[in-house]
Write a protein that binds this ligand. Structure first.
Ligand SMILES: [Zn+2]
Length: 430
């Protein structure tokens, strides 16, 4: 764990710090209206004309015939301007993934109509973001861009070690917009046939720590939370399941939906890791009691733990909840080589998760499923694990044996893992 991470572990999940925000960002009540011009372009098919509409229904990102052929749709938002030297959440992350997809022949160039990148998508509108975050936070961040422009880089006090540069606001809206675009496209495809493509938002800054009142833990806007609300609002997909397998607890997503019975938030994470929330007995509140499930895993847990957790906790929860869409906070920092945590996932673990979640979506919600990049700070293990996720989406065999070295793994603490899983099953009557 980095010193930065340790430094900010004190913030409680359900008690964010709006006051600090007010002192940093002067709020203006004015809402900036954004008119969307809807333009999407498939890089795999250069003949296709862009589709442009003003204030259009947002479900026409890709023409129907392309949607029918595609197995994977993805968007990239690398946020090249949002960067701080030597910071693990760096602007090298998305390009490293894109390089790996290229090298492993998983890009549109190699896969034709099977794998499509949606380019030129729109940023999220302020209204989209405001379904999750307070207006004072959004307008405050926008205003802070002037100071960031003057100073180059600012730290946002009281929010965990979250920095901002002059492009942070726009680039964060774009990342949230990528998720929205993928929800639109996957939903549109699910109306055309029973096997819609999987979506993957290869975006940063990540989102799952950002609380309704502010950013936190490298995260600016809750990309997945914004997409969940959007799926409900725009497409009438009432019941949303969010599976978060990042090594850290998705406290921001949890906060946004803690009392909401229609959004099931399930997080697996390393016990005691940042930000210290996500205890096994945090199950939601009021009407939302029972639709939050936390499974903290002991340090050293890995492939065995996650397969067990999937079979005994994740799959039964999903079957019982019966979602209309599954969204996934796909953090790759539980990888054994990741520098920020102490779990022992391998490339093969991420392949198994992607494959199994894809099957769940097929069984339960017409295949509607979008992954969102969260953490993952070892560029090598991050990019090979995302590539293997793509291979799982394509029903191709895993290349994990090329990347994983079993010799570096320690024995998993099976007793503690069993205890944790059985306890979660007991609490949730699974
Ligand atoms: Zn993480």
């Amino acid at each position: 764990m980095s010193p930065l991470f340790r430094h900010c572990c004190a913030f409680g999940s359900h008690h964010p710090h709006p006051l600090i925000w007010r002192s940093i960002f002067q709020t203006s009540g004015r809402e900036q209206k954004q008119i969307r011009s809807w333009r999407a372009q498939c890089s795999a098919n250069q003949d296709q004309a862009s589709i442009e509409k003003s204030n259009a229904p947002k479900n026409l990102a890709i023409p129907d015939d392309s949607l029918l052929d595609a197995r994977i749709l993805y968007c990239t938002s690398p946020a090249l301007g949002h960067n701080k030297e030597a910071h693990p959440e760096s602007n090298k992350r998305v390009p490293a993934i894109v390089d790996a997809l290229e090298k492993l022949e998983l890009s549109p160039k190699h896969r034709g109509s099977q794998v499509l990148e949606i380019q030129n998508f729109n940023p999220a509108s302020l209204d989209d973001v405001a379904r999750v975050h307070s207006r004072s936070y959004i307008t405050g961040l926008e205003k802070a861009m002037r100071r960031a422009s003057d100073e180059g880089l600012i730290f946002i006090e009281g929010t965990g070690p979250t920095y901002a540069t002059e492009t942070t606001f726009q680039e964060s809206l774009l990342s949230a917009g990528a998720g929205i675009t993928l929800v639109d496209s996957v939903v549109a495809a699910s109306k055309l046939g029973p096997n819609p493509p999987l979506g993957f938002a290869l975006v940063r800054p990540p989102g799952h720590h950002a609380v309704p009142q502010g950013p936190m833990g490298f995260c600016v806007f809750g990309n997945i939370a914004v997409a969940a609300r959007y799926a409900q609002h725009q497409h009438g997909l009432k019941r949303v399941m969010i599976i978060d397998f990042d090594v850290h607890h998705g406290n921001g997503t949890s906060d946004a939906f803690y009392v909401d019975p229609d959004i099931f938030f399930l997080s697996t994470h390393q016990l005691g890791s940042y930000p210290g929330t996500g205890k096994i007995n945090e199950v939601g509140q009021g009407d939302g009691e029972g639709t939050t499930l936390n499974l903290p895993l002991p340090g050293g847990a890995g492939d065995y733990a996650m397969r067990y957790a999937f079979d005994e906790v994740i799959a039964p929860s999903a079957h019982r909840f019966k979602p209309d869409i599954i969204l996934v906070s796909a953090g790759y920092d539980a990888h054994v080589l990741d520098p920020l945590a102490g779990l022992q996932f391998t490339t093969g673990t991420f392949y198994m998760l992607a494959f199994s979640i894809k099957q769940l979506a097929k069984e339960l919600c017409g295949g509607r499923c979008v992954f969102f990049l969260e953490g993952g700070y070892n560029l090598q293990s991050l990019s090979s694990s995302v590539a293997d996720t793509f291979r799982a989406f394509l029903d191709e065999t895993s290349l994990a044996a090329q990347f994983d070295d079993p010799a570096i793994l320690f024995e998993e603490p099976t007793r503690k893992i069993k205890d944790a899983i059985e306890k979660a099953k007991g609490i949730h009557s699974l």
